[in-house]
Design a protein around this ligand. Structure first.
Ligand SMILES: Nc1nc2c(ncn2[C@@H]2O[C@H](COP(=O)(O)OP(=O)(O)OP(=O)(O)O)[C@@H](O)[C@H]2O)c(=O)[nH]1
Ligand SMILES: [Mg+2]
Length: 364
């Protein structure tokens, strides 16, 4: 399951966004004072997937099992969090475990809601948080360098090389640079894979701006983000949380009036899937129709292993029909007849929209 961490300064709307995403699967306290969140809020949320509904109708399957995403909302990070300011630093471990980061940036003015730095300035705010992530990574690397030093006593070339790399990365972070831009990152891939740094994680900015107005802040964030190639998603967190509170029909009506075509959850999941290069495939076994997420290019054998390890070890072949084709002809049998079904081997990649039936040898 994908895990996405929500970070940002205090009072920017992280828990409000979390509530918009987690509705019915967890609820975070929201208030107009900073550090409202003291413990991490965690929610496992079903991924909206219209194709799952359509397929379940087609197959007349009762149970729909959506893919899920875990969202984690932590306390706000403040300037000097790494020196013990605020609470956010203690919770970074939750983010370190995750696959991606949503960095919520306040793009609304409201005198009722205190800003820890006095006023809204998206570029400064983003850099404050980014700097704390770099400092947290620097601390992790200090520990890693210590370990590398003692290992290097072996005198082995690979241990000496690890130490050189670890020291180079530590110096880079110490200069206030993110690990994602470390010049040796290609060469130091092995080291990076061991250390789970925050500043190598894929991330996107969520501009928490009201549905109208405050476009200047969003523009400032967009300009800043352009310099790093990061994506900005504009989400009105408060409105989205309010919409999530309504019953679905009412919410749909409201969204139509407001000209919104997607919920915050759908937008965030879609953007996260793009960020992490995820595709969705489907299986129908027994009465269960299931949507699965997999990294693009995942071989069918490994994809089958997600469903059950026996399916990977005993994999014979997969029968695959693309979603679009299946909908067009209306049934699995018709897809087979019309030659839309292709038998594929374990090394062929699973593609977005594949409906997959795995043939496998049962163990024993
Ligand atoms: N005016 C306005 N207020 C908002 C908006 N989004 C969130 N808020 C309010 O801002 C305050 C802080 O929101 P939270 O979601 O608790 O912020 P947080 O980032 O989780 O804060 P900490 O947990 O303290 O780090 C609450 O009073 C929200 O209702 C918005 O778009 N406009
Ligand atoms: Mg909060």
């Amino acid at each position: 399951m994908l895990q996405v961490g929500i970070i940002g300064l205090p009072n920017v709307g992280k828990s409000t966004l979390f509530n918009a995403l987690a509705h019915g699967h967890g609820q975070a306290e929201v208030s107009n004072y900073p550090f409202c969140t003291i413990d991490a809020n965690v929610a496992v949320v079903p991924v909206p997937e219209p194709r799952l509904e359509r397929l379940a109708e087609l197959f007349k399957q009762e149970t729909r099992v959506p893919a899920t995403v875990k969202f984690v909302d932590i306390a706000g990070l403040v300037r000097d969090a790494h020196r013990g300011e605020g609470l956010g630093n203690q919770f970074l471990a939750h983010i370190r475990e995750g696959d991606a980061i949503l960095h919520v940036v306040r793009c609304f003015d409201d005198p009722q809601i205190a800003h820890v730095e006095g006023w809204v300035d998206p570029a400064r705010d983003v850099q404050t948080v980014q700097n704390e992530l770099i400092q947290a990574d620097r601390e992790s690397m200090e520990r890693r360098v210590e370990k590398a030093r003692s290992q290097a006593k072996s005198g082995k070339t690979e241990d000496l090389e690890k130490l050189t790399q670890a020291e180079s990365l530590l110096t880079w972070l110490g200069d206030g640079q993110p690990a994602s831009e470390w010049p040796d990152r290609e060469h130091g891939k092995g080291l990076l894979a061991e250390v789970f740094l925050l500043t190598t994680k894929p991330f996107l900015y969520v501009a928490n701006a009201p549905e109208e107005g405050d476009g200047d802040h969003v523009q400032a964030l967009t300009d800043f983000a352009a310099s790093t190639g990061a994506r900005v998603l504009r989400i009105p967190a408060k409105l989205s949380a309010d919409l999530a509170d309504l019953d679905p029909d009412e919410a749909r009506e409201f969204m139509q009036e407001l000209g919104l075509d997607q919920t915050a959850l759908a937008e965030i999941v879609l953007a996260s899937y793009e960020l992490l290069d995820q595709v969705t495939f489907f299986t129908g076994v027994g009465a269960e129709l299931t949507a699965w997420a997999a990294t693009r290019g995942t071989p069918l054998g490994a994809a089958a292993g997600r469903i059950h390890s026996d399916m990977q070890t005993g994999f014979i072949k997969a029968e695959v029909v693309p979603y679009e084709g299946l909908c067009r002809v209306g049934s699995w049998a018709a897809a087979r007849e019309k030659g839309l079904m292709v038998a594929k081997g374990k090394d062929q990649p699973v593609e977005d929209g594949d409906v997959v039936y795995v043939h496998f040898r049962k163990p024993g």
